[in-house]
Structures are given as C-alpha cells and as structure tokens.
Design a protein around this ligand. Structure first.
Ligand code: PAF
Length: 285
C-alpha cells in the first residue's frame, strides 16, 4: 500500500512540517492544483519527486478565478479520490485549505498582473488572472517552496505567474511541465469529463488544427491566413464559439504576425458547453 500523503487543513501545522523539512536541508516542491486530479497532475508530482525531496500538492478550487457564469459550483471535487491518486504518485503532503482559510472575513487584497494577462484568456475571462495571481501568491507564501510546477497547458497562466513572481521578488523558482495528451492528441484536463461521447470524439481536432498551423508557420508562412483557416476548420468540426486562435511571442505573449522568434500558438474554443484550451510551441522559421 502506498503511503497516504500527510493531510493539512491548518496553515500553522503545514508551516511547521515544511520548516522541519527545510531545516533538514530538503528541497521542497509545490504543485498547485484545483483537484480533480488526472494523469497530467500526477506527471507534475512525478517531476517534483525527480527534482526535489518533498512534494506538497495544494488542492483548492479557487472561487476568485471563476467568473459569475463559469463552472465554479459544478467544478468536480472528490478529495478522497485525489488523495488516493497522490498516494500512488508518492506526494508527501496535501494542503487542503478551506475558502475561509484562504479568504477570511476582511480579506481585501488582490494582485493585478501586468501585460502577460492581457488578451487571450485575459480578455474572455475578466478578473481570472487576478484571481489566479492572488491565490498562487498566497500558496507560495504559505508553503514557501524552492520550486513550484505548473502545466504548460495553461500557458498564459504560467507566464502570468512567472511575471508576478519576478515582479514581487517571491523567492521561488517557477517551472513549466509539458502538456500530457491522450493518444489521440487531446490535452488532459479536468474539464474533459464534461464532454459527451460525440464531443469527445471531435475534441482531438483542437490539437490537430494547432499542429497543422504550427507546421505552416514553421515553414515561414504568415499567421493571419492560417489562423483564419484554422478557425473555419474548427467551426466545421463542431467547435464554437472559437474565442481565440492566436500566435504569440513565447516569452512576452506579444502578438506575432509570423513565427520570426520562438512563439506559441494558443487556442480557446467551446465544444458544446465545455470550454477547451490548448497550445503548442512554434519554432522560428
Ligand atoms: O491551474 C490551476 O489548476 C489553477 O489555476 C491554480 C494554478 C491551481 C490556481 O488556482
């Protein structure tokens, strides 16, 4: 039987344990999550175990990063199943704060991230990245890890967090881990469970479309016509609305007209009622 991770819902106990680990010279890795853990999260834990001595996984469905019409109340929550997965993956501790612990009465501070949060998900989910930046800053302050791991599937989120950590001198390294995919290319996501069987069959077109466009861009083609064709192809495959399909600088996320430097192609589109996002790297032509 794998060891169950230590389970904390009280900040003082978590801090005492992490301080003891740190005092023993152990490198601490944080994997922040909203639960509903899948193989993508477990890959982050595995990566954490490879690079550190202690892996702390936070599970907190953060209300402040959901818009009023988004899926906060129906977001999948199953702490016991998550803890069983963390035991299999070899995590050392699970940090399970309540909403009242994270946002007690009188809580009044929000972090407003800079330009990395502009456009893309920042436009279609107003306030989302402020909610993410605030909660991630709190999690980093609570756990005090040497390094925190985030999936590249949420590529804009990763860049926003990097910019916040840099700007606020938070003493933690931020690392991205490549997206884990189903054999047919669909990026793993807690929201994939919302898809009907018919939608699940169509969903891999999202990644396939990105891969096709990325190939054209890597040959030096201009982005605009390829992106317009990609949107039309996604709509023909049953996606809609396509919220964005854009080529951005991989570091600053500034818009690019062609892949003249290291770039990222990013998409967000609805398939039925489910919003899917994905992205791929595009090497300079
Ligand atoms: O990517 C997520 O699961 C969340 O946005 C995060 C980083 C855990 C913050 O709530």
């Amino acid at each position: 039987m794998p060891d169950t991770p230590l389970r904390f819902d009280d900040l003082d106990s978590l801090r005492r344990t992490v301080a003891a680990w740190r005092g023993a010279g152990e490198r601490i890795v944080l994997v922040p999550t909203m639960g509903a853990l899948h193989a993508g999260h477990l890959a982050l834990v595995a990566h954490g175990r490879a690079i550190g001595r202690r892996v702390v996984v936070s599970i907190f469905v953060n209300p402040t990063q959901f818009g009023p019409t988004e899926d906060f109340s129906r977001y999948p929550r199953d702490t016991e199943a998550d803890l069983a997965r963390l035991a299999e993956a070899g995590a050392d501790a699970a940090w399970l704060p309540s909403v009242a612990t994270m946002y007690p009465d009188g809580f009044a501070t929000r972090i407003e991230p800079g330009p990395a949060a502009g456009g893309l998900c920042g436009d279609v989910r107003p306030g989302h990245f402020s909610g993410v930046a605030t909660v991630v800053t709190k999690l980093l302050n609570q756990v005090g890890p040497d390094i925190a791991l985030f999936g590249e599937k949420d590529f804009q989120q990763l860049q926003v967090i990097r910019s916040v950590v840099r700007d606020l001198d938070i003493p933690a390294e931020i690392a991205g881990v490549p997206t884990l995919r189903e054999p047919d290319g669909l990026a793993l996501s807690s929201r994939n469970r919302y898809l009907t069987p018919d939608e699940r069959a169509r969903a891999p077109r999202l990644h396939a479309t990105l891969a096709e466009i990325a190939e054209g861009l890597a040959r030096g083609a201009a982005a605009h016509p390829l992106l317009a064709e990609g949107i039309a192809a996604l709509e023909a495959a049953g996606f809609g609305p396509v919220q964005y399909l854009e080529l951005r600088d991989a570091r600053t996320l500034a818009p690019l007209a062609r892949a003249e430097r290291e770039a990222r192609l990013l998409v967000a589109a609805y398939l039925g009622k489910t919003r899917l996002i994905d992205n791929v790297a595009v090497l300079p032509a």
